[in-house]
Design a protein around this ligand. Structure first.
Ligand code: UN1
Length: 505
């Protein structure tokens, strides 16, 4: 495909998805496709006044939206899910073009949006509060969950639309409104998603201003973070970003939902089913070119299986097809940009200095464009869990370490600053249950006999320690998007005080 045809295809997709030309032509933010490194759009950025107006509109919309019964709010999300189904092929394709994901992963990302819409529709009839036993006669005590306000969503390039939808679908049924700052590397998929949302909102007869996209860099993100009208900010990205955002939110007592770095490990025990391991590790470590926050980055392999597993992994690593993610058969698309490639090479350099034997990791497919960065995924056999292993590098590097003692492996597994996702491959019940137990993995996601990535939306998603502690998507993650009121109602004629206090006037 020639340079101009990729830009043309992008423009056609955007037109079909309902995005006005003026939003993505002639603007100040150049968007490149990592597939070829060529420019595919010039997006208009939101200035400070525009950001202020978006927040003001969201705040105004919140005042009406919070009064709409939750199941009616769910109806909007049901209609949005239908728009996503109808547009799945186009939006998935745009994800592939803008973020470089292979076709099935681009489509999978849109499926994840559809799934969370379905979840949110059901949730809209299940925003339950508790009834609590009260110590006072003729009293009733209960909890009520109310809409919270404007929710700011800051998302990353690697899941350019799904992560927003986990937040937005839930926030909207909870009665909140949403202002979204997508990654400046992937504004097109955000504009397309917003256009689909607006279609659904028009069909639902929903008020204007429920959702807005603000496009730009750090300044726009800071505007959301610092604005007192924004009640909560859900931010996905690096730990460095979280460190900048969290104290600013804390200083104004705003709610923070943080999903930051992961450095996900897996333990391969002596009884592991190695066929499962090879497939599970390959998807988790190589999939999305190592650019998921749940990507498998550290592998602890028991001494007794190390020498049979490693050749199989090396074979899988050497055989995966790297290339244009639009082509059938490709499993590894490009890194997002040159900076990602440089960081990967720097990490491999450090690993070698620490004594690693590195297989792969070199640049590939330079024929696809000088400004496109494809790599052979890297396996780095490490003598120990050194500093570089404890650091998240957003690229396909799997650090492999041997172990002999299960408890020592568990300790090493937890000895990193991040705590997102984790796995054990074992058929030993004691090991599996220990890994899941209080002294097991310290992560927010803990799996047995499947890799750490590719979570379903039904569970709460997020992690501990430097991962930030936030939870998004399923289970009761919705509670972070609402405010809880504890209500005590006296239906008697007396006024008994709690704790037996007497106060007669
Ligand atoms: C992310 O990389 O920010 O569990 C999210 C997974 C996906 C989501 C990843 N469902 O890998």
């Amino acid at each position: 495909m020639s340079a101009s045809s990729l830009a043309r295809e992008t423009a056609d997709l955007l037109a079909r998805l309902g995005v006005a030309d003026s939003a993505h032509a002639g603007g100040s933010l150049a968007v490149t496709s990592p597939i070829t490194g060529e420019r595919i759009a010039e997006v208009r950025e939101t200035d400070a006044a525009g950001c202020d107006a978006a927040i003001a509109a969201a705040e105004a919309a919140f005042r009406t939206w919070r009064l709409v019964p939750a199941p009616k709010r769910g109806e909007l999300i049901r209609l949005f899910g239908l728009e996503l189904r109808a547009a799945k092929a186009d939006l998935g394709r745009l994800v592939t073009i803008e973020a470089g994901k292979i076709v099935s992963e681009g489509l999978g990302e849109v499926q994840e949006m559809i799934d969370i819409c379905d979840f949110a529709v059901g949730l809209s009839r299940q925003l339950y509060g508790l009834t609590v036993a009260t110590e006072r006669p003729s009293h009733r005590m209960m909890e009520t969950w109310h809409p919270l306000g404007v929710v700011g969503v800051i998302s990353a390039f690697n899941f350019p639309v799904a992560v927003w939808s986990w937040n937005a679908a839930i926030a909207l049924v909870c009665g909140d409104t949403v202002v979204w700052k997508p990654s400046e590397k992937t504004p097109l998929t955000a504009l397309a998603t917003q256009a689909l949302f607006e279609k659904a909102a028009a069909k639902a007869g929903a008020p204007a201003g429920l959702s807005a996209v603000v496009v730009g860099g750090r300044a726009i993100g800071e505007a959301l973070v610092d604005d007192v009208r924004v009640a909560a900010v859900s931010a996905t990205g690096s730990t460095a970003m979280g460190r900048a955002v969290a104290p600013r939110l804390a200083s104004r007592f705003a709610r923070a939902i943080l999903e930051l770095g992961g450095n996900n490990g897996a333990i391969i025990a002596p009884s592991a089913d190695l066929d499962l391991v090879v497939r599970g590790v390959a998807f988790a470590a190589i999939g999305t070119a190592g650019q998921r926050c749940t990507t498998l980055r550290r592998l602890f392999v028991h001494d007794s299986v190390y020498d049979s597993l490693l050749p199989r992994l090396r074979k899988a690593y050497a055989s995966v097809t790297i290339g244009d993610p639009r082509e059938a058969g490709t499993l590894v698309g490009p890194l997002i940009d040159k900076a990602a490639y440089d960081r990967m090479q720097a990490a491999l350099q450090k690993a070698r200095a620490d004594g690693a034997t590195v297989h792969g990791g070199e640049r590939a497919r330079e024929d696809l464009g000088g400004n496109a960065f494809y790599v052979r995924p890297a396996l780095a056999e490490m003598p120990a869990q050194t500093e570089v292993v404890r650091t998240e590098t957003f690229a396909p590097i799997l650090y492999v370490m041997r172990y002999t003692d299960f408890d020592a492996a568990l300790e090493a597994h937890n000895a990193v600053p991040q705590g997102l996702s984790s796995s054990i491959f074992t058929n030993d019940l004691r090991e599996a249950e220990t890994f899941l137990s209080a002294r097991g993995s310290d992560c927010g996601i803990v799996n047995v006999n499947i890799g750490p990535s590719g979570a379903e939306i039904g569970g709460a998603f997020g992690g501990e320690k430097e991962t930030g502690g936030g939870r998004e998507a399923g289970s009761d993650a919705w509670k972070a998007y609402m405010r809880r009121a504890t209500n005590t109602i006296n239906y008697g004629r007396d006024l008994p005080l709690a704790q037996g206090v007497s106060f007669d006037v």
